[in-house]
Write a protein that binds this ligand. Structure first.
Ligand SMILES: Cc1ncc(COP(=O)(O)O)c(C=O)c1O
Length: 463
C-alpha cells in the first residue's frame, strides 16, 4: 500500500463528499441515492493512473490531452516546489519574474516564423479569448477598425469563455449561454470521411474546404473580418487532420485579405503531433499560436499565445497597452514547471520518440478496422479518433438514442472498467478519442488495441 492508496472507509467517504459537493466539469451528475460510482483518481505513474480502489488504468487521453511526459515525474514536482519556495507568486502586470522571461524567450525560439512575443494566460480558453481581443485591438490601432469578425470550423471546440465559446462550433454547448458574443462565423471542417464532395480526392477536398473560408470573408467583407481560428488537427468530431495543401491555401487566403491566421494548438502543440508546434507538422506559419495543456505536461496550469512581431508593433514604445491580463497568467510556479518540462522534452527527445513511433501507433489502431463497428481510424502523431458506425459500407451513423445507449450507457464505462481511460465523444458523430502520454510505446499501443477490441466487440453485440 502506498501513501496515496486509500482504505475502503476513505473511499466511501470520498464518494459521498464528491456526490454532495463536487461540481464536475462537462458532467452529468448522478441523483443522490443513485448507485453509480464517481471515478476518483488518486495517483499516476508513467502512462498509468490508479483509482481510489487501487485499480490501474492506461491513461489513453493523457488526462485531457495534457500529460505529455507521463505521470509521477519527480523533476516536474521538484521544479514546482523549488519555485514556490523562492517566489511563489508575482504578477506580470508591468513587472516580470525570471521564469516568465526565460520561458517566453524559450518558447519564442521554438516557435515557427517570427512568433517572438508571448502573452501568458492560465489555460486554453483564455488564450483563445486573448487572441480574438488582440486581433480586434491590433486592427483598431492600424487603421482597420471595422475588422472584428472571426471564422472557425463546424464542431470545433475552442473553450468556454463567452468569446471563445462564440468561436466554438458546437451549437449544443452554446445554446444555454446565448446570446453570445456576436460576429463568429462557421465554415466546414476537414471531415473527409463524411465529405459530400471530393471524398476520394484529398487535394481537391482541401481546396474546397479552404475556399469556404474565402467565401465567408468575401461575403462578410474582408474589411470586417479579423481572424480565422483553426486547430492543426481538429479534435472535436474526432481528429480531422488537414488534407494536403489545406493550410497552404488558408495562409494564402488570409494574406490576400489581411486576416490573421490563429493556430489553436491547445492540444496539438508540445509533441502531440511529433513537433513542438502543430503548425510545424504541416509547414505553415500562423500569426498567432494559442497553447496550454502540454506546455507543463499538466503539472501546473498555464496557457498563452505566441504572437508575430508585427502584431506587437503598435504596442511597442508608445502609450498603447493591450488592456488585458490575468492574475495568474504566467504564474511563476507554472512557468518553472514549463521550463523543466521543456528540459525533459529535450533530454528524452519526446518529439523524436513520437516521430519514431507514430506509424506503429497508427498501424496498431488500424487493425481495429476489421471490427464492423469501426468506420474510420484517423489522426496524426499520438492523436487519434476512431469513428463508430452502424454500417461500415454505407457509413451509416447512430441516431441520438443509439448514441446515448452506446456511448453513455455502455462504452465509456466499459472501457474504463477494462482498464483504459479515454473518451467516447458524440459532439460530432460518435468517436473514441485517443491521445496517450508521449512516452508510450508499442506495448502500450497493444494494450489500447486489445482493450478497445474486446469492448467494441461487446458493444456490437449489444446493438
Ligand atoms: C483546441 C482547444 N482550444 C481551447 C481549449 C480550451 O482550453 P481550456 O480548457 O484550458 O480553457 C481546448 C480544450 O480542450 C481545446 O481543445
Amino acid at each position: 500500500m502506498t501513501e496515496s492508496d486509500v482504505t475502503s472507509q476513505q473511499h466511501d467517504a470520498m464518494q459521498r463528499a464528491a456526490r454532495d459537493h463536487l461540481w464536475m466539469h462537462f458532467a452529468r451528475h448522478p441523483a443522490s441515492g443513485d448507485g453509480g460510482e464517481i471515478p476518483v483518481i488518486v495517483r499516476g505513474e508513467g502512462p498509468y493512473v490508479y483509482d481510489s480502489a487501487g485499480r490501474r488504468y492506461l491513461d489513453g487521453l493523457a488526462g485531457l490531452f495534457t500529460v505529455q511526459a507521463g505521470h509521477g515525474r519527480e523533476e516536474l514536482a521538484q521544479a514546482a516546489a523549488k519555485q514556490a519556495a523562492e517566489l511563489a507568486y508575482f504578477p506580470i502586470w508591468s513587472y516580470a519574474h525570471p521564469k516568465a522571461v526565460e520561458l517566453a524567450e524559450r518558447l519564442a525560439a521554438l516557435a515557427p516564423g517570427d512568433l517572438n512575443r508571448v502573452f501568458f494566460t492560465t489555460g486554453g480558453g483564455d488564450a483563445v479569448e486573448s487572441a480574438w481581443k488582440l486581433a480586434k485591438h491590433y486592427f483598431k490601432l492600424t487603421g482597420k477598425p471595422a475588422k472584428h469578425k472571426v471564422i472557425s470550423r463546424a464542431v470545433a471546440y475552442h473553450g468556454t469563455p463567452h468569446g471563445a465559446l462564440s468561436i466554438t462550433g458546437l451549437p449544443g454547448l452554446k445554446a444555454p449561454y446565448e446570446p453570445l458574443v456576436p460576429s463568429g462565423f462557421r465554415v466546414p471542417n476537414t471531415n473527409i470521411y463524411r465529405a459530400a464532395e471530393h471524398r476520394d480526392d484529398p487535394e481537391a477536398f482541401g481546396r474546397w474546404a479552404a475556399d469556404r473560408i474565402e467565401e465567408v470573408i468575401e461575403f462578410e467583407g474582408a474589411d470586417t473580418v479579423a481572424a480565422v481560428f483553426l486547430e492543426p488537427v481538429q479534435n472535436a468530431g474526432g481528429c480531422f487532420p488537414p488534407p494536403p495543401g489545406y493550410f497552404e491555401r488558408v495562409r494564402e487566403i488570409c494574406d490576400r485579405h489581411d486576416v490573421l491566421l490563429v493556430s489553436d494548438e491547445v492540444i496539438c502543440a508540445f509533441g502531440r503531433l511529433g513537433t513542438m508546434f502543430g503548425a510545424q507538422r504541416f509547414g505553415y506559419t500562423p500569426d498567432i499560436i494559442t497553447f496550454a495543456k502540454g506546455v507543463t505536461s499538466g503539472y501546473a496550469p498555464l496557457g498563452g499565445m505566441l504572437v508575430a512581431d508585427r502584431l506587437f508593433e503598435p504596442f511597442r514604445g508608445g502609450t498603447e497597452m493591450f488592456a488585458h491580463g490575468y492574475t495568474f497568467g504566467g504564474h511563476p510556479v507554472s512557468a518553472a514547471v514549463a521550463l523543466a518540462n521543456l528540459d525533459l522534452f529535450e533530454r528524452e527527445d519526446l518529439t523524436g520518440h513520437v516521430l519514431r513511433n507514430r506509424d506503429a501507433f497508427r498501424s496498431t489502431l488500424e487493425r481495429l478496422r476489421d471490427l464492423p463497428i469501426v468506420g474510420d481510424v484517423r489522426g496524426d502523431g499520438y492523436f487519434y479518433g476512431i469513428e463508430l458506425v452502424k454500417d461500415q459500407a454505407t457509413r451509416e451513423t447512430f441516431d441520438d438514442q443509439e448514441s446515448e445507449r452506446l456511448l453513455r450507457g455502455f462504452l465509456d464505462k466499459a472501457l474504463y472498467e477494462a482498464g483504459l481511460y479515454c473518451r467516447a465523444d458524440d459532439r460530432g458523430d460518435p468517436v473514441v478519442q485517443l491521445a496517450p502520454p508521449l512516452i508510450c510505446d508499442q506495448g502500450h499501443f497493444e494494450e489500447i488495441e486489445q482493450i478497445l477490441r474486446s469492448v467494441l466487440q461487446e458493444a456490437w453485440t449489444r446493438l
